[in-house]
Every structure is written in C-alpha cells, then in structure tokens.
Ligand binder design. Structure first.
Ligand SMILES: [Zn+2]
Length: 111
C-alpha cells in the first residue's frame, strides 16, 4: 500500500499489533515492516512511545501490553518493568544469552 509511506513508524507498529493474532517481539515487528534488524532500536523507541500514548488516544479503551521476556534455558521470566522494552542480553540466573521476547500486543476492552 502506497499510503503506508505517509504513516509514521509508530502508526505502522500500532496497526500491525492491532491486526496480529498473537503478541510480536521487536525483531518480528521490524521484519514485518521491512526494517533491518539494525533498526530494532527505533522500533523499541516507538513501542515505548506507544505504551504511553495508546491508552490516552483511545480514551482508555486500548492499551499496549507487554509479555515479559524469558530465558530459553532455565525458564526465568524477566520482571516487568515499565518502559523496559529492550531484549535483555543475559539471564541473571543461568547467564544464558538465549533470551526470547519481550512481546507486545494491543489489548482492547470489550464494550
Ligand atoms: Zn536462564
């Protein structure tokens, strides 16, 4: 769609998450939008902004939710910290670097 070019990165991420049947991580979001993995920082920055703005702009009907990252080796789940959208580099429990997530989705309140 040519009109995609007129949407900001934030809007494109918002629409992508809204249409996705499952939570997506920043790398998957970047690849869906045709961005190289090196642009992941921009995606994380946009997610941080969306986290604050989605609720306000939807009048409280929608929110950006975060599924915390976890360690693939020992199952450690990283604590949810507000505004922490980057993939952790290392597991504090087993020191593994095989980390998955965090994932993001838009939650809509049913009327
Ligand atoms: Zn671990």
């Amino acid at each position: 769609m040519a009109e995609d070019e007129f949407l900001t990165l934030r809007e494109r991420i918002y629409l992508l998450l809204k249409e996705s049947p499952e939570p997506l991580d920043a790398r998957t979001i970047a690849s869906h939008l045709g961005l190289p993995d090196s642009e992941r920082g921009r995606v994380e920055e946009a997610l941080r902004h969306l986290y604050r703005s989605v609720k306000r702009r939807s009048g409280g009907m929608e929110s950006l939710e975060v599924v915390p990252a976890r360690c693939l080796d020992c199952g450690y789940v990283f604590p949810k910290k507000e505004g922490e959208f980057k993939k952790p580099s290392k597991c504090p429990r087993c020191k593994s670097q095989r980390i998955e997530g965090p994932w993001f989705y838009i939650r809509s309140k049913k009327k």
